[in-house]
Design a protein. Structure first.
Length: 69
């Protein structure tokens, strides 16, 4: 039978890897959404669409500190 300490370390390492991956994904998503917002502004999109896009960016930005903690 495996040592329970090794099992706990493996689990915790997996959690850290997952959170690091999530953080990178959220940062990429923020950049993609910001580029999308700039495209909307350049096209002269409706103000409602622009405000919703800004909300999406804010939600993505809120997830980055959660992953860091």
């Amino acid at each position: 039978m495996a040592d329970p300490r090794i099992k706990q370390i493996t689990i915790k390492t997996g959690v850290v890897k997952r959170l690091a991956k999530e953080k990178t994904v959220y940062k990429k998503e923020v950049t993609n959404e910001q580029n999308r917002l700039e495209k909307f502004k350049a096209q002269g999109a409706d103000s409602h669409v622009i405000s919703k896009q800004e909300e999406v960016i804010q939600e993505c930005l809120m997830m980055v500190p959660d992953c860091q903690r």
